[in-house]
Design a protein around this ligand. Structure first.
Ligand SMILES: [Zn+2]
Ligand SMILES: [Zn+2]
Length: 90
């Protein structure tokens, strides 16, 4: 008898998604710490988990997600991962 409900399946999928996301975040965080990956804000300055030497955004909830120190940007708005020159890698 198959007791698995739709809910169980959805929960399992959601759980796998979270595990997958956490793995990705772990990889990005490691690369960010090593200065291999930076995050770009819509204002054109580094933010998010970009390393401290480059990060222009103040901490808010998470590191680099607050106000930009270099312009009037109020909130880090992620536009993409980029290299140390700010070039967004696709
Ligand atoms: Zn910004
Ligand atoms: Zn800015």
């Amino acid at each position: 008898m198959n007791k698995e409900t739709k809910f169980d399946k959805e929960t399992q999928i959601a759980f796998n998604d979270i595990k997958e996301k956490n793995k990705m975040i772990e990889t990005w965080t490691k690369q960010a710490e090593e200065g291999k990956v930076f995050e770009m804000c819509s204002c054109g300055h580094f933010g998010g988990m970009s390393r401290d030497s480059h990060n222009a955004h103040e901490p808010n909830i998470q590191a680099g997600h607050g106000k930009c120190k270099l312009c009037k940007c109020d909130w880090f708005t992620w536009v993409g991962f980029c290299n140390a020159e700010g070039k967004i890698e696709k």
